[in-house]
Design a binder for this molecule. Structure first.
Ligand code: KIV
Ligand code: ZN
Length: 515
């Protein structure tokens, strides 16, 4: 058995299925480039049949990524597989990942199919996918609650049909580590042609066990793990890539395999994903949380100063934690700016984009002496998130907030081509600003989340605000950054409004009711 553990990242597909985490094409391309720098083996770029926009995003990722395999998800339907094949046609290496549910509850209630029909569909789908690529992955959805005898039958049949990777998903996060690992071992032992395929796992975190279950599977012979940056994903999320990778590296005394990930890229990738999706990383999150390597208590600090190993099992540098570095300032020229952007892997497609980004950088440098890498990332994220679908733009905001007085906001927005003014009172400066914006746009949405993070340290740091709005079951996240957090909040609110105003009909791969 190979001792390489394949890291399959599904941030752009399962991660995107988190409510409000949907990304536009340019955002997906930026994350895909970061994943490639991280050296992930396979990037699942999306579900091309979900919508024309999703098809385009997968195609754009397939066109830029050269080193990693680019994968597209497809239900066990001819039409889905054709779309995946077409979306991936420009990839240097591509994979089609097809799936169908196999648990009694899913087969009876969702698919309304007999087990034999499910096997027929699975085999047909794998054969169809093989017409587009030799690299085909099959998943029996809800394997964690499927009968093992049935899994053995369907998996044997799809290997025979040409599937090279068998991915065993714990779709609803129901399994426990020993049980899940045992299942992987038994499947490998019982399926007669199991040596012709690589076993993979895909665990959800509903019981907080996604990483533990994945690692148990690795100890029982799985050689691919599907995971996401920051553990993003449907409901409680997927197994976190950074935790899987660092567990395998740090405990090489236990794991009989290695990963090819460039771990120094982990923190930068985590920040980028958090930045683009608007899902903040909790401070005590393993590996990438702000406190992951911070030592508060005097006793610990003393120990670490004498010898790092007393309280640290990994080094901060190994996963890419570096102190904020002052890279540019007010007097930096266009060339220095361009070079630093290139070093950060931020591609500016045209001279015009470079000029616009440089202009925004100059405006920021007027307000803030030191510009850090994180500021440059935020600058680009903000521009990319409004580029496609901007209907509403912030022109001016004035807020009066005084002790003993009711805060009041006046806002000017450009709505289509017209400038419109609105004003409102609120319980605070942010509340008044949101109400003033609503008095113009009237989305009648509900504010589900409001969070502020400072991008770097210091009181002149940019505040990065995330706003989550919900309307008629649709959830969107908006982001905004500024040295003034009231303005950052207004930008974030408007960004979310722009997303809400853009009609988006996309199909969910698993709950569509189709095969
Ligand atoms: O959780 C799941 O079962 C999935 C499949 C599509 C692999 O995401
Ligand atoms: Zn999943």
């Amino acid at each position: 058995m190979s001792n390489k553990l394949i890291i399959f990242d599904t941030t752009l597909r399962d991660g995107e299925q988190s409510p409000g985490a949907s990304m536009n094409r340019d955002e997906k391309v930026r994350i895909a480039r970061a994943l490639e720098r991280l050296r992930v083996d396979v990037i699942e770029a999306g579900f091309p049949a979900a919508s024309p926009g999703d098809f385009e995003s997968v195609n754009a990722v397939a066109r830029v990524v050269r080193d990693s395999v680019v994968c597209g998800l497809a239900r066990a339907l001819d039409a889905d597989i054709e779309k995946a094949g077409l979306a991936l046609r420009d990839a240097s290496r591509c994979r089609i990942h097809t799936f169908i549910a196999t648990s009694p509850i899913h087969m009876q209630r969702k698919l309304r199919m007999e087990p034999d029909q499910v096997i027929e569909h699975a085999v047909r789908a794998v054969k169809k996918a093989r017409q587009y690529t030799d690299d085909v992955e099959f998943s029996p959805e809800d394997a964690g609650r499927s009968e093992e005898d049935f899994l053995c039958r369907i998996l044997e049949a799809v290997i025979e049909a040409g599937a090279g990777t068998l991915n065993i998903p714990d779709t609803v996060g129901y399994s426990l580590p020993d049980q899940f690992g045992g299942m992987i071992r038994r499947l490998r032992e019982r399926i007669p042609n199991s040596d012709k395929a690589i076993f993979s796992v895909h665990c959800h975190n509903d019981l907080g066990l996604a990483v533990a279950n994945s690692l148990s599977a690795v100890l029982n012979g799985a050689r691919q793990v599907e995971c996401t940056i920051n553990g993003l994903g449907e409901r409680a999320g997927n197994a976190a890539l950074e935790e899987i990778v660092m567990a395998v590296k740090t405990r090489k005394d236990v794991f009989p395999c290695h990963v090819d990930i460039d771990t120094r890229e982990i923190v930068a990738t985590s920040r980028l994903v958090s930045n683009i999706t608007g899902f903040p990383v909790q401070p005590n999150k393993a590996i990438v949380g702000a406190n992951a390597f911070a030592h508060e208590s005097g006793i610990h600090q003393d120990g670490v100063l004498k010898s790092r190993e007393t309280y640290e099992i990994m080094s901060a540098e190994e996963v890419g934690w570096v102190a904020n570095r002052m890279v540019l300032g007010k007097h930096s020229g266009r060339n220095a700016f361009k070079t630093r952007m290139q070093e950060l892997g931020i591609e500016l497609a045209s001279e015009q984009e470079l000029n616009q980004a440089f202009q925004r950088f100059k405006e920021l440098a007027d307000k803030k002496h030191q510009i850090f890498d994180e500021d440059l990332q935020a600058l680009v994220t903000e521009a990319a998130s409004v580029a496609d679908d901007e209907v509403v733009r912030l022109i001016a905001l004035q807020v009066c907030s005084e002790t003993g007085e009711t805060p009041h906001a006046r806002v000017t927005l450009r709505l289509d081509q017209d400038e419109t003014k609105g004003e409102a009172d609120g319980s605070g400066a942010v509340d008044a600003s949101f109400k003033a914006i609503e008095s113009i746009v009237n989305t009648q949405s509900t504010l589900q989340l409001y969070s502020v993070n400072n991008i770097t340290t210091g009181t002149d740091a940019q505040g990065e605000v995330t706003v989550r709005l919900e309307r008629a079951g649709r959830i969107v996240n908006g982001q905004g950054a500024d040295t003034d957090i009231v303005i950052a909040s207004a930008k974030a609110y408007i960004n979310a409004v722009n997303k809400l105003l853009t009609p988006r009909q996309r199909m969910h791969p698993q709950v569509s009711g189709d095969v």
